[in-house]
Design a binder for this molecule. Structure first.
Ligand code: ADP
Ligand code: MG
Length: 257
């Protein structure tokens, strides 16, 4: 994966819901190949920021650039196509499908669509070759996450942690450059959390970029090289974990609610 120096650049992002301003002029960027943390008290605007970046919501003001291209207001699938993805919880209707089936469905309408479109109509051998290529990638990703042994298990029967692994595996299948993770460790036991973190660090070594929302401050401080603090829809401060830990304003924002 080829990563820009600054894959993500957010400028003056603003979004209100009725009288509530959820994101209030936030500007920040994420450096390529880093695991950057986005933290802030409950209601600070973290999830809304993710929704604005990934096209789930359109901003009232401001811009989002990905790999030096303005992607503000683009459809979520178009943004995913560009290599910027977020993880999604396994939807109800996918619970009755196996892990393997979930994976085979994942790239549809995303990067994998290019793969399907490139097939010359009527040339069946090509279709089979493409399907085999997809299947090969699916197995690679399943193996990477150590969930290849549960490929035939129904998604609805997975443990909370296995589900999280599948969610990340599905996101990876589209071959993104950057992943946005919104509390990926929620409901995950400590040993699986460790495994997920190991995978994230492994992917980072390969050049993937991560923006991580997580409420466990120790986890953020131990794993991120850069931390951005959101408070009341604005960037309060950003810096290394050491900077953030000793920042009086951050302590105040958390203790002050
Ligand atoms: P965080 O993820 O940091 O906890 P959110 O982005 O979810 O914060 O929410 C920021 C603020 O925006 C909160 O006050 C929340 O209640 C409000 N909010 C978020 N989404 C909506 C929505 N769809 N409609 C109305 N208010 C919303
Ligand atoms: Mg949230």
């Amino acid at each position: 994966t080829v990563t820009a120096e600054r894959p993500l650049e957010v400028e003056g992002l603003r979004k209100s819901f009725g009288g509530i301003t959820a994101v209030d002029g936030a500007s920040f960027h994420v450096e390529g190949g880093t695991l950057t943390g986005l933290i802030g008290p409950n209601g600070a605007g973290k999830s809304t920021t993710f929704n604005l970046i990934t096209g789930m919501l359109s901003p009232d003001e401001g811009t989002v650039a990905f790999n030096d291209e303005d992607i503000t207001g683009m459809e979520p699938h178009a943004i995913a196509n560009k290599g910027l993805v977020r993880t999604f919880q396994i939807a109800r209707e996918l619970e009755d499908m196996t892990v393997l089936e979930n994976m085979m469905l994942a790239p549809k309408g995303q990067r994998g669509e290019k793969l399907w479109r490139s097939v010359t109509p009527g040339v069946r051998d090509d279709v089979i070759a493409q399907e085999e290529e997809l299947l090969e990638r699916v197995w690679d990703v399943l193996e990477f996450f150590d969930i290849d042994h549960i490929a035939d298990e129904y998604a609805g029967n997975l443990s909370g942690g296995q589900r999280k692994l599948l969610e990340m595996a599905r996101a990876l299948l589209t071959d993104p450059d950057m992943l946005l993770l919104d509390e990926p460790f929620a409901g995950v036991n400590p040993s699986l959390e460790k495994r997920l973190l190991k995978h994230i660090h492994g992917l980072k070594e390969q050049g993937y970029t991560f923006l991580l929302v997580e409420h466990d401050m120790d986890l953020i401080m131990e794993n991120c090289e850069h931390v951005i603090v959101l408070h009341q829809g604005r960037i309060l401060t950003e810096g290394t974990p050491a900077d953030i830990k000793s920042n009086e304003e951050v302590i105040e924002a958390y203790l002050g609610g």
